[in-house]
Design a protein around this ligand. Structure first.
Ligand code: ZN
Ligand code: ZN
Length: 460
């Protein structure tokens, strides 16, 4: 039995724990669905050819498990046709799986980030089930999904759908496996470690990620280039990026993503859309390259002076006076990330209160002071300013001017990001959704008049 049933034809989930099956808009949905299922049964239609499937564990592991309905002792029940599907619901998580969940939580906690396992995030009438959900910096949420050998050779089938559903709802999917065949799929940002026993995964020692994390090599396509031109046999003279596999410790990956220092990207080659993780600096350089591939994007500045442009996307809470104050750094993101300029402390967000000392602009509870809140109009204006500085960059050719303009762009982007964060926190809105809306509105001058985006005075 299962409590959640997926109706293939109606494309809705039926929640058997609720009288209205979770759909108050359809009157007496149960009677309709149940009568139909009975009729199929009476006509001898096999269960697998009917409309109902398990919408719980079975679907989450990518298995289409046929179900039928019955009423027993006055209780509604959905029953798996096959016993092996039923067993999936009672099978305890493997020790390895649990060890991974604990490892993720521990690594995150050491970086100052909260999290929980087996989380259901309500989304409209349905929900997103997450193996382990980490509350990262700046309201970012990461849904870690662990898929180990036990998941079967075919592997999870609905990964792309699940991943994009999570993304749309502000949860960055992070899929981890110990199987090479899963890791070679391109339906999500898979990372892989070797197949290890639970006691090794649970230990605090090195747990290495062997694929799914890459560095980007930026190079000019001339006679000195090592790589072939991705566009053809000839040297085109433009700048290109080539991803190179790079090892990273699993704990650093968990903390790095939570901090916003490691980000997922999509990378298109002639034949495929690849998905993997890179540093935010590499991501920014790639965006720069995509905007203009006549120039090599400048290397991130690692010379250590605190007051110059950072190539980190403004994931941190920027200090309000652009004054680089030596705030306590987040717990060490070791080895593989040491070349990234250290950011200020992760923002004190409601989701992940930090034990650190108060950050300027926040009250003692880590919340945002009311007077820091900005109106939506100002947020959109900040985004437009950032977009504008970026467009200007694309028109420049002189190195010096570009360097200057790039600094301006990153600073403007930092201001826009900070404004989004402040606004979302002050209004208690999903930061991801606010950012999407602001970007749309900034792109479209008429955005403010759209019904979905009322002017700020109404929103206040
Ligand atoms: Zn099931
Ligand atoms: Zn080329």
């Amino acid at each position: 039995m299962a409590n959640i049933v997926w109706h293939r034809k109606l494309r809705i989930y039926l929640d058997l724990t609720r009288a209205d099956l979770g759909h108050e808009e359809y009157e007496d949905l149960w009677s309709t669905v149940y009568a139909m299922d009975r009729m199929y049964s009476a006509r001898g239609v096999p269960v697998r050819e009917r409309e109902l499937q398990c919408g719980g564990v079975c679907q989450e592991t990518g298995v289409e498990a046929p179900m039928f309905l019955r009423v027993r002792n006055g209780r509604r029940e959905a029953v798996h046709e096959r016993a092996e599907d039923e067993e999936r619901h009672t099978a305890p998580l493997s020790d390895e799986h649990k060890a991974y969940q604990e490892r993720i939580l521990k690594a995150a906690r050491e970086g100052g980030y909260a999290g929980d396992s087996e989380v259901r995030t309500r989304v409209g009438r349905s929900w997103i089930q997450t193996d382990t959900l980490i509350e990262g910096a700046d309201g970012r949420r990461f849904g870690w999904e662990i898929q180990l050998c036990s998941a079967g050779t075919e592997g999870p089938r609905s990964v792309r759908a699940r991943a994009s559903r999570a993304e749309k709802n502000g949860i960055t999917p992070a899929w981890h496996t110990d199987r090479a065949d899963y890791a070679n799929r391109h339906d999500s940002h898979w990372t892989r470690s070797d197949n290890l026993p639970a006691y090794v995964i649970a230990k605090t020692g090195d747990l290495r990620v062997v694929s799914g994390y890459r560095t980007l090599d930026f190079w000019r396509c001339d006679i000195h280039a090592v790589h072939p031109c991705p566009h053809g046999a000839r040297r085109c003279g433009k700048a290109h990026a080539t991803p190179t596999p790079h090892g990273i410790l699993f704990d650093d990956l968990v903390r790095g993503t939570a901090a916003g220092l490691i980000v997922p990207i999509q990378f298109r080659t002639a034949t495929k859309q690849h998905r993997f993780w890179v540093t935010d600096a590499d991501r920014d350089r790639l965006e720069d390259l995509q905007a203009d591939d006549t120039q090599l994007p400048p290397a991130p500045d690692t010379s250590g002076s605190a007051d110059r442009a950072s190539y980190n996307r403004p994931t941190c809470r920027p200090t309000r006076e652009a004054e680089p104050s030596p705030l306590p750094a987040p717990a060490p993101i070791a080895t593989a990330l040491h070349h990234i300029p250290r950011q200020a402390a992760p923002p004190a967000s409601e989701a992940a209160p930090l034990p650190a000392s108060p950050v300027p602009g926040t009250d003692v509870h880590g919340g945002v002071r009311r007077e820091d809140a900005v109106g939506l109009e100002a947020v959109i204006a900040a985004q437009q300013a950032a977009d504008l500085t970026r467009r200007r960059l694309e028109q420049l050719s002189c190195d010096e001017e570009r360097r200057h303009q790039r600094t301006a762009w990153f600073e403007a982007a930092a201001r826009a990001q900070a404004a989004v964060t402040r606004y979302a926190q002050a209004k208690r809105l999903n930061r991801f959704e606010v950012e999407q809306r602001v970007r749309r509105a900034a792109r479209d001058e008429a955005g403010l008049q759209r019904p979905g985006c009322p002017p700020p005075e109404i929103r206040r």
